[in-house]
Design a protein around this ligand. Structure first.
Ligand SMILES: C[S@@+](CC[C@H](N)C(=O)[O-])C[C@H]1O[C@@H](n2cnc3c(N)ncnc32)[C@H](O)[C@@H]1O
Length: 286
Protein backbone atom coordinates (compact mmCIF):
# COMPACT_ATOMS: atom_id res chain seq x y z
CA UNK A 1 0.00 0.00 0.00
CA UNK A 2 1.24 3.49 -0.72
CA UNK A 3 1.04 5.94 2.16
CA UNK A 4 -1.46 8.71 1.53
CA UNK A 5 -1.77 11.87 3.52
CA UNK A 6 -5.24 13.39 3.32
CA UNK A 7 -3.99 16.37 1.36
CA UNK A 8 -0.77 15.16 -0.24
CA UNK A 9 -0.20 12.90 -3.25
CA UNK A 10 0.76 9.37 -2.19
CA UNK A 11 4.40 8.85 -1.20
CA UNK A 12 5.53 6.19 -3.66
CA UNK A 13 8.81 5.22 -1.98
CA UNK A 14 9.42 3.03 1.06
CA UNK A 15 10.81 3.48 4.56
CA UNK A 16 13.13 0.49 4.91
CA UNK A 17 16.93 0.46 5.15
CA UNK A 18 17.30 0.45 1.35
CA UNK A 19 15.17 3.59 1.13
CA UNK A 20 17.40 5.11 3.81
CA UNK A 21 20.54 4.22 1.85
CA UNK A 22 19.06 6.00 -1.20
CA UNK A 23 18.17 9.12 0.81
CA UNK A 24 21.58 9.29 2.51
CA UNK A 25 23.37 8.73 -0.80
CA UNK A 26 21.26 11.47 -2.43
CA UNK A 27 22.08 13.71 0.53
CA UNK A 28 25.82 13.30 -0.17
CA UNK A 29 25.26 14.13 -3.85
CA UNK A 30 23.24 17.29 -3.28
CA UNK A 31 25.55 18.47 -0.51
CA UNK A 32 28.47 18.18 -2.93
CA UNK A 33 26.50 20.18 -5.51
CA UNK A 34 25.81 22.83 -2.84
CA UNK A 35 29.53 23.16 -1.99
CA UNK A 36 28.96 21.29 1.28
CA UNK A 37 26.52 23.98 2.53
CA UNK A 38 23.39 22.69 4.27
CA UNK A 39 21.84 26.13 4.49
CA UNK A 40 22.21 28.92 1.97
CA UNK A 41 25.21 31.00 3.19
CA UNK A 42 23.04 34.14 3.55
CA UNK A 43 20.54 32.33 5.75
CA UNK A 44 23.31 30.77 7.82
CA UNK A 45 25.04 34.12 8.37
CA UNK A 46 21.84 35.86 9.23
CA UNK A 47 20.93 33.48 12.09
CA UNK A 48 24.28 32.05 13.30
CA UNK A 49 24.96 34.61 16.03
CA UNK A 50 21.46 34.66 17.53
CA UNK A 51 21.25 33.76 21.20
CA UNK A 52 18.32 31.47 20.54
CA UNK A 53 18.08 29.42 17.34
CA UNK A 54 15.35 27.00 16.27
CA UNK A 55 15.44 25.15 12.94
CA UNK A 56 12.78 22.78 11.56
CA UNK A 57 13.27 20.16 8.86
CA UNK A 58 9.99 19.08 7.25
CA UNK A 59 9.76 15.54 5.80
CA UNK A 60 13.14 14.90 7.38
CA UNK A 61 13.42 11.23 6.26
CA UNK A 62 16.56 9.78 7.86
CA UNK A 63 17.20 13.19 9.53
CA UNK A 64 20.75 13.29 8.15
CA UNK A 65 20.48 16.92 6.97
CA UNK A 66 19.25 17.95 10.42
CA UNK A 67 21.75 15.95 12.45
CA UNK A 68 24.64 17.30 10.36
CA UNK A 69 23.44 20.82 11.23
CA UNK A 70 24.25 20.03 14.84
CA UNK A 71 27.94 20.11 13.85
CA UNK A 72 27.71 23.65 12.50
CA UNK A 73 25.46 25.34 15.07
CA UNK A 74 26.08 25.83 18.80
CA UNK A 75 24.61 23.31 21.22
CA UNK A 76 21.90 25.77 22.30
CA UNK A 77 20.34 25.62 18.79
CA UNK A 78 17.19 23.46 18.80
CA UNK A 79 16.88 21.25 15.72
CA UNK A 80 13.44 19.71 15.10
CA UNK A 81 12.63 17.14 12.42
CA UNK A 82 9.09 16.24 11.33
CA UNK A 83 8.06 13.35 9.09
CA UNK A 84 4.85 11.42 8.48
CA UNK A 85 6.80 8.24 9.35
CA UNK A 86 9.45 7.71 12.03
CA UNK A 87 10.63 4.41 10.44
CA UNK A 88 13.82 5.94 9.07
CA UNK A 89 14.77 7.85 12.22
CA UNK A 90 17.95 6.87 14.07
CA UNK A 91 17.40 5.71 17.68
CA UNK A 92 16.88 8.66 20.02
CA UNK A 93 19.99 7.54 21.97
CA UNK A 94 22.21 8.20 18.92
CA UNK A 95 20.94 11.69 18.26
CA UNK A 96 22.80 14.83 19.32
CA UNK A 97 21.14 16.23 22.47
CA UNK A 98 19.72 19.23 20.59
CA UNK A 99 17.96 17.16 17.86
CA UNK A 100 14.28 16.28 18.38
CA UNK A 101 12.32 14.12 15.94
CA UNK A 102 8.54 14.05 15.65
CA UNK A 103 5.96 12.17 13.60
CA UNK A 104 3.81 14.71 11.83
CA UNK A 105 1.97 15.10 8.51
CA UNK A 106 3.26 18.31 6.90
CA UNK A 107 -0.23 19.13 5.58
CA UNK A 108 -1.74 19.14 9.08
CA UNK A 109 -1.56 22.06 11.53
CA UNK A 110 1.46 21.96 13.85
CA UNK A 111 1.13 21.91 17.65
CA UNK A 112 0.81 25.38 19.25
CA UNK A 113 4.26 25.18 20.89
CA UNK A 114 5.91 25.22 17.44
CA UNK A 115 3.96 28.07 15.89
CA UNK A 116 5.89 31.26 15.12
CA UNK A 117 8.98 29.81 16.79
CA UNK A 118 11.44 28.83 14.02
CA UNK A 119 14.27 30.89 12.49
CA UNK A 120 14.46 28.50 9.54
CA UNK A 121 12.08 25.94 8.08
CA UNK A 122 13.71 23.58 5.59
CA UNK A 123 11.96 21.43 3.00
CA UNK A 124 13.92 19.11 0.72
CA UNK A 125 12.96 16.47 -1.86
CA UNK A 126 9.19 16.73 -1.42
CA UNK A 127 8.14 17.66 -4.96
CA UNK A 128 6.75 14.22 -5.85
CA UNK A 129 4.03 14.84 -3.25
CA UNK A 130 3.02 18.23 -4.62
CA UNK A 131 0.56 19.49 -7.20
CA UNK A 132 -1.33 22.66 -8.16
CA UNK A 133 -3.98 22.08 -5.47
CA UNK A 134 -1.80 21.32 -2.46
CA UNK A 135 1.31 23.49 -2.90
CA UNK A 136 -0.21 26.66 -1.42
CA UNK A 137 -1.98 24.88 1.50
CA UNK A 138 1.37 23.23 2.30
CA UNK A 139 3.33 26.50 2.17
CA UNK A 140 0.69 28.28 4.28
CA UNK A 141 1.01 25.54 6.88
CA UNK A 142 4.83 25.66 6.92
CA UNK A 143 4.82 29.44 7.23
CA UNK A 144 2.89 29.19 10.51
CA UNK A 145 6.13 27.81 12.01
CA UNK A 146 8.23 30.86 11.14
CA UNK A 147 9.19 33.72 13.44
CA UNK A 148 8.89 37.19 11.90
CA UNK A 149 11.94 37.48 9.62
CA UNK A 150 12.32 33.67 9.60
CA UNK A 151 13.44 31.86 6.43
CA UNK A 152 11.79 29.12 4.38
CA UNK A 153 14.36 27.17 2.35
CA UNK A 154 13.11 24.68 -0.28
CA UNK A 155 15.50 22.56 -2.32
CA UNK A 156 14.11 20.12 -4.85
CA UNK A 157 14.63 18.38 -8.15
CA UNK A 158 13.13 20.30 -11.06
CA UNK A 159 11.26 17.65 -13.07
CA UNK A 160 11.23 19.97 -16.10
CA UNK A 161 14.99 19.55 -16.38
CA UNK A 162 14.87 15.76 -16.88
CA UNK A 163 16.23 14.64 -20.24
CA UNK A 164 17.98 11.54 -21.61
CA UNK A 165 21.56 12.22 -22.65
CA UNK A 166 24.52 10.01 -23.61
CA UNK A 167 28.24 10.26 -24.25
CA UNK A 168 27.58 8.79 -27.71
CA UNK A 169 24.59 10.54 -29.32
CA UNK A 170 23.89 7.37 -31.37
CA UNK A 171 23.50 5.15 -28.29
CA UNK A 172 19.98 3.67 -28.21
CA UNK A 173 18.60 4.38 -24.74
CA UNK A 174 14.92 3.38 -24.60
CA UNK A 175 14.99 2.61 -20.85
CA UNK A 176 16.65 5.92 -19.94
CA UNK A 177 14.03 7.66 -22.06
CA UNK A 178 11.19 5.81 -20.33
CA UNK A 179 12.47 6.90 -16.90
CA UNK A 180 12.50 10.49 -18.18
CA UNK A 181 8.93 10.08 -19.44
CA UNK A 182 7.92 8.67 -16.04
CA UNK A 183 9.50 11.62 -14.19
CA UNK A 184 7.77 14.12 -16.44
CA UNK A 185 4.39 12.34 -16.25
CA UNK A 186 4.58 12.27 -12.44
CA UNK A 187 4.43 16.09 -12.40
CA UNK A 188 2.50 17.00 -15.56
CA UNK A 189 1.20 20.29 -14.17
CA UNK A 190 4.40 21.65 -12.60
CA UNK A 191 4.43 24.63 -14.98
CA UNK A 192 1.11 25.71 -13.51
CA UNK A 193 2.42 26.00 -9.98
CA UNK A 194 6.04 26.99 -10.47
CA UNK A 195 5.56 29.70 -13.06
CA UNK A 196 8.94 31.26 -12.59
CA UNK A 197 11.67 31.29 -9.97
CA UNK A 198 10.42 31.70 -6.39
CA UNK A 199 6.86 32.63 -7.46
CA UNK A 200 5.14 30.04 -5.17
CA UNK A 201 6.77 31.77 -2.18
CA UNK A 202 5.57 35.19 -3.36
CA UNK A 203 2.07 33.75 -3.74
CA UNK A 204 2.33 32.50 -0.14
CA UNK A 205 3.09 36.02 1.11
CA UNK A 206 6.81 35.60 1.74
CA UNK A 207 9.42 38.16 0.75
CA UNK A 208 11.47 36.17 -1.73
CA UNK A 209 15.16 36.57 -1.21
CA UNK A 210 16.79 34.07 -3.58
CA UNK A 211 16.26 31.52 -6.32
CA UNK A 212 19.11 29.42 -7.56
CA UNK A 213 19.44 26.61 -10.13
CA UNK A 214 21.82 23.84 -9.18
CA UNK A 215 23.46 21.91 -12.02
CA UNK A 216 24.77 18.37 -12.09
CA UNK A 217 28.50 17.97 -12.69
CA UNK A 218 29.66 15.30 -15.12
CA UNK A 219 31.87 13.50 -12.63
CA UNK A 220 28.83 13.02 -10.37
CA UNK A 221 26.67 11.48 -13.12
CA UNK A 222 27.44 7.90 -11.98
CA UNK A 223 26.21 8.80 -8.48
CA UNK A 224 23.02 10.34 -9.94
CA UNK A 225 22.51 7.25 -12.14
CA UNK A 226 22.79 5.06 -9.03
CA UNK A 227 20.07 7.15 -7.35
CA UNK A 228 17.74 6.38 -10.28
CA UNK A 229 18.50 2.67 -10.19
CA UNK A 230 17.89 2.54 -6.43
CA UNK A 231 14.65 4.54 -6.83
CA UNK A 232 13.41 2.25 -9.62
CA UNK A 233 14.26 -0.84 -7.56
CA UNK A 234 12.27 0.57 -4.68
CA UNK A 235 9.28 1.08 -6.94
CA UNK A 236 9.67 -2.47 -8.34
CA UNK A 237 9.71 -3.92 -4.80
CA UNK A 238 6.64 -1.94 -3.88
CA UNK A 239 4.82 -2.96 -7.05
CA UNK A 240 5.64 -6.63 -6.53
CA UNK A 241 4.45 -6.40 -2.88
CA UNK A 242 1.20 -4.75 -3.97
CA UNK A 243 0.48 -7.08 -6.90
CA UNK A 244 1.89 -10.44 -5.77
CA UNK A 245 1.36 -10.13 -2.01
CA UNK A 246 5.10 -10.24 -1.32
CA UNK A 247 6.17 -13.23 -3.43
CA UNK A 248 9.59 -13.02 -5.04
CA UNK A 249 8.11 -13.23 -8.56
CA UNK A 250 10.35 -11.14 -10.82
CA UNK A 251 8.40 -8.08 -11.93
CA UNK A 252 8.83 -6.99 -15.57
CA UNK A 253 10.13 -3.74 -14.11
CA UNK A 254 13.17 -5.56 -12.67
CA UNK A 255 14.10 -6.74 -16.17
CA UNK A 256 13.76 -3.15 -17.42
CA UNK A 257 16.01 -1.93 -14.58
CA UNK A 258 18.71 -4.38 -15.74
CA UNK A 259 18.45 -2.82 -19.20
CA UNK A 260 18.63 0.65 -17.65
CA UNK A 261 21.80 -0.35 -15.79
CA UNK A 262 23.30 -1.53 -19.10
CA UNK A 263 22.46 1.79 -20.80
CA UNK A 264 23.95 3.75 -17.89
CA UNK A 265 27.10 1.58 -18.05
CA UNK A 266 27.49 2.62 -21.70
CA UNK A 267 27.33 6.31 -20.84
CA UNK A 268 23.63 7.18 -20.79
CA UNK A 269 22.41 9.52 -18.07
CA UNK A 270 19.45 11.63 -17.01
CA UNK A 271 20.12 15.32 -17.13
CA UNK A 272 19.07 17.21 -14.06
CA UNK A 273 18.75 20.54 -12.34
CA UNK A 274 17.64 21.29 -8.83
CA UNK A 275 16.26 24.55 -7.48
CA UNK A 276 16.78 26.27 -4.17
CA UNK A 277 14.11 28.81 -3.21
CA UNK A 278 14.45 31.08 -0.21
CA UNK A 279 11.67 33.20 1.20
CA UNK A 280 11.51 35.33 4.30
CA UNK A 281 8.60 35.94 6.62
CA UNK A 282 7.79 39.66 6.67
CA UNK A 283 8.60 41.44 9.95
CA UNK A 284 11.69 42.20 11.97
CA UNK A 285 13.51 39.18 13.48
CA UNK A 286 13.22 38.84 17.25
C1 LIG B 1 12.25 11.87 -0.70
S1 LIG B 1 12.15 11.80 1.04
C2 LIG B 1 13.15 13.19 1.51
C3 LIG B 1 13.73 13.09 2.89
C4 LIG B 1 14.63 14.24 3.33
N1 LIG B 1 13.94 15.51 3.27
C5 LIG B 1 15.90 14.31 2.52
O1 LIG B 1 16.15 15.35 1.89
O2 LIG B 1 16.65 13.33 2.52
C6 LIG B 1 10.51 12.37 1.35
C7 LIG B 1 10.08 12.23 2.80
O3 LIG B 1 8.77 12.80 2.91
C8 LIG B 1 8.09 12.06 3.91
N2 LIG B 1 6.64 12.36 3.77
C9 LIG B 1 5.79 11.87 2.84
N3 LIG B 1 4.58 12.42 3.01
C10 LIG B 1 4.68 13.28 4.06
C11 LIG B 1 3.77 14.15 4.72
N4 LIG B 1 2.50 14.26 4.31
N5 LIG B 1 4.21 14.87 5.77
C12 LIG B 1 5.50 14.77 6.20
N6 LIG B 1 6.39 13.96 5.62
C13 LIG B 1 6.00 13.23 4.55
C14 LIG B 1 8.49 10.64 3.63
O4 LIG B 1 8.22 9.81 4.75
C15 LIG B 1 9.98 10.81 3.31
O5 LIG B 1 10.74 10.67 4.47
Amino acid sequence: MTETSLDGSPYIFGHDYRSSIRLNYQHMLIKKLCDEQLLSPNVHQSIASRSSIRIADIATGTALWLTELSDVFPAHAELHGFDISSNQYPPQEWLPKNVFLHEHDAFKPFAPEYLGSFDVVNLRFFITLLNKENIQPLLSNLITLLKPGGFLQWLDFDPRSAGAIAIDPNLPMPRTQSVVTMIRKAQPDVNLWILHDAEPFEAAGLDTTAYKSIHLRNYLRPVWNHCHIMGMKELARRLSRDTTGGSDKLSPLLQQIKELEAEFAQGASIDAQWFMMIGRMPGAPR
